[in-house]
Each structure stands twice: as structure tokens, then as C-alpha cells.
Design a protein around this ligand. Sequence first.
Ligand code: HEC
Length: 188
Amino acid sequence: MNKGIVAILFIFLLQSQGDQKVQKAIDLARKVSDNVVDSVKATLFKELGKGGYLNAISACSNLAQDIIKAHQSKYGIYVRRVSEKYRNKLDKPDDYELVILRKLDELNKTGDLPQEYYEVVNEKDGRYLRYFKPLIVQPMCLNCHGTDEFLNKSIKDFLKEKYPEDKAVGYKAGDFRGAVSVKIKLSD
Ligand code: HEC
């Protein structure tokens, strides 16, 4: 084989290995973000069944971050729930996440929101997949994230006490609420 062809084949091989790595990272990001959504939802519905919205908000408040942490340690990757209008300060987006969240919000407004969004980005310490699973406000979410008339007094009191700087109210069904954000290192 002539050297030129060997070089081209080598580049193809490298490229396809790189693509495989990206694809694997996307698959993992999908799996982990779906798991986070399912686990939080399961907890929410279980606690609702046990004792209504006040019981559920108190349980979610205690358990949401534990669920996230359990996923971080199980998979050994960066995974969080993020929102521009966050309730828990731990869910405050980083600068990159904020740009993407705003973009997804705009896409939702025009009815063009994708099921998932991802990019490969270069950061100071390497190349990363950054993956987002958008979260949309459903009618039932309004009991804890809606406008004033949707919030019971007991929920309002709970929020005032536990999250005095809460930003996560005033939503309407169909609004973009935030995303599960995943970040996976691809190479140094
Ligand atoms: C029973 C009350 C309750 C309901 C119903 C509820 N949430 Fe929440 N939500 C909370 C609480 C409490 C937090 C803060 C949890 C924490 O401290 O980590 C929260 C946090 C979040 C966050 C993380 C970002 C942030 O603001 O800190 C997202 C995203 C979110 N909720 C989306 C939803 C969606 C979508 C629905 C409907 C499917 C929903 N929630 C229904 C109580 C609720």
C-alpha cells in the first residue's frame, strides 16, 4: 500500500475511534439523565401518594440532592439538575449551562425544543461532551412551581422557610423549567 493511503486509513481509524467515544458518552449521558428524571419522579409520586403535596415537597426537598449525588457517585460523572430560576442554590447553572438553558427556553417558545441537546466542547483541561435533557412544566408541577393561585398556603409557608430565595415559582404548564445537565470527559 502506498504511504498516502496508509496515512488516510490511519486518520479514518482515529476519527472513527473518536466518534465511537463520543457516541458512548452520549449513550451514557442519556441513560444517566433518564435515570435521574425517573428516580426523582418516582420519589415525588410515592410521597404524594403517602400524604399529599406538603408531604411530597418536604420529602423532595430532602431527597432530590441525595438522588443526584447517588447518580454522581454510581456513574462517576458530572450530573446535575440546573435551572436559570433555581430553587436550590446547588442547581444554579454554570456560565456555559446558562447560555444553553436560555437557548433551549427560546426553542421551547417556538415549539422547536429537542428531546436532548449536546455539544462536544474544548475546555482548559480537555474535551468534553456536554449533554442536556430538557424538563418541561406539567400541570401537576404547578402545585409547587406555579403562579400564586396554584400554591397552597402550606406550600408557600414551606417554601418561605426552606428556600427564602426561591426563584422556581411563577411557571405555567408548558414552560421550559430547566434540564438535567451531564458532562463527560472525552480526552485530555
Ligand atoms: C411537591 C412539590 C414539587 C412538585 C410537585 C414538583 N417539584 Fe420540582 N422541586 C421541588 C423542590 C422542593 C425542589 C428543590 C429540591 C432541592 O432542594 O434540591 C424542586 C426542584 C426542581 C428542579 C431543580 C432546579 C431547582 O429549581 O432547584 C427542577 C428542574 C424541578 N424541580 C422540576 C420540576 C418539574 C418538571 C415538576 C413536574 C413534573 C416538578 N418539579 C414538580 C418541589 C416540587
